[in-house]
Write a protein that binds this ligand. Structure first.
Ligand SMILES: Cc1ncc(COP(=O)(O)O)c(C=O)c1O
Length: 402
């Protein structure tokens, strides 16, 4: 097949942004099987094996036959929408089943929100660093993304207000990952959540909260979701079964007003018509058996142990080197800062030779500089492999520093 495009043809094509996270994971996949990967943000293999997917799938197909493999409603299986709405209510979000749409993962929900709300040139305020795939979604929809720093309390709302005022910008949308953010692991504090809603209200902007990690808290108390608070702005709440069940099923959701759900359903009809029926029914079967609360409790224990192991290993190998890292209360990630001037991409090249991988910080930004930071994910490797991986990382660091 010819791969060269004629000049005119090239000009007609839109630039399309993907994800350097996925690219890095591709790079890692091409390494030897022995590479310890702190790069992936997907659940541990042990976690996927825990759910008994073979029995869940077999039961659904045996009991429901062809209907489990047929088309379903665009908005999702009614029973699953009801289950998602009940879980949301338990977290203080007042959502009817009609205000839920089952999406193909949280990512599709983000894209649907862009389709429904954004026009080219609209301003989106996002965290920096941010979930890279979301940044790409905003850019693919023609948005102008304003990147605002994240600190120990999440998005710096005061900085957002300053930048918007200084540059005379009127935002259409704020996008946050409120709990154990990807890639820093930081959590938006209670008073920042209120401040963010107040800031959005001054502009009549909407707020998207994307919360795939909220159930994976290992310390401290849950903080009320943005969508659970009294506010004058529209809050769109996005969630996923990817981190706490099976990401390959591609089942997530969005909670929004009925009018928005209707518009999202119309947009989804030209994408995939509906989220896969079998995947939705497998999720439902797991919920029906009452397995999900116990499963999430096991995951919390498993990832908590990994997080502690990662923290201890970083302390052991990197104390006194000038490398710093933060102290998240949950989720998969640490944000690791290298001594000033050391490039995480350069470190990655050497790290891959040593048999360890991570995602460099600049993968999570458009214009802001995170080149001396990296995302360190503890979700994949076993405890012993975490120790081994951090030893390798130290060897790579010494080579780059020397
Ligand atoms: C913040 C955030 N949102 C969304 C996703 C994607 O989730 P899903 O698999 O449900 O599309 C991820 C996964 O890495 C994530 O970290």
């Amino acid at each position: 097949m010819a791969t060269q495009l004629a000049v005119g043809e090239r000009e007609r094509l839109n630039e399309v942004f993907g994800s350097f996270i996925d690219e890095t994971i591709g790079i890692v996949a091409r390494q030897t099987r022995d590479t310890v990967s702190f790069a992936v943000g997907s659940p541990a293999r042990e976690a996927l094996e825990l759910v008994g997917a073979d029995d869940l799938a077999a039961t659904v197909i045996r009991r429901e036959g062809a209907s489990a493999l047929g088309y379903t409603m665009t908005e999702g299986e009614p029973e699953l929408r009801a289950a998602i709405s009940a879980d949301a209510r338990a977290r203080g979000i007042d959502a009817d089943p009609e205000e839920v749409l089952v999406s193909a993962g949280a990512l599709q929900a983000i894209d649907l929100a862009c389709r429904v709300y954004l026009r080219p040139g609209d301003v989106v305020v996002a965290e920096s660093p941010a979930f890279a795939n979301a940044l790409s979604a905003f850019r693919n929809h023609g948005a102008h993304v304003v990147e605002v720093a994240v600190d120990g309390e999440g998005l710096d709302v005061a900085e957002a207000a300053r930048v918007l005022r200084r540059d005379g910008l009127t935002p259409r949308m704020f996008f946050v990952v409120p709990n154990f953010q990807n890639p820093t692991g930081e959590t938006l504090s209670d008073h920042r959540r209120s401040a963010l809603l107040a800031l959005a209200a001054t502009y009549g902007a909407l707020v998207i909260e994307d919360d795939p990690y909220g159930l994976l808290r290992y310390r401290g108390k849950d903080i009320a979701p943005l969508a659970a608070r009294d506010s004058a702005v529209e809050v769109v709440s996005i969630g996923s079964f990817s981190k706490t069940f099976l990401p390959g099923l591609r089942v997530g959701w969005v909670i929004a007003g009925r009018d928005t759900i209707g518009r999202m359903a119309a947009a989804k009809q030209t994408m995939d018509s509906s989220t896969g029926t079998l995947g939705q029914r497998i999720v439902l079967e797991f919920e029906r058996r009452g397995g999900s609360a116990a499963h999430v409790a096991k995951l919390r224990d498993m990832y908590h142990a990994k997080q502690e192991r990662g923290r201890a290993a970083l302390e052991r190998e990197f104390a006194g080197t000038g490398v710093r890292w933060n102290d998240p209360d949950g989720g998969f990630y640490f944000w690791v800062r290298l001594p000033q001037g050391m490039s995480a991409r350069r470190l990655l090249d050497v790290a891959l030779e040593e048999g360890v991988a991570f995602v460099p910080g600049d993968a999570f930004a458009i214009a802001r500089d995170h080149s001396d930071a990296l995302r360190f994910s503890i979700s994949g490797p076993t405890l012993d492999r975490i120790d081994e991986g951090v030893r390798r990382l130290r060897r790579a660091f010494d080579r780059v520093a020397s």
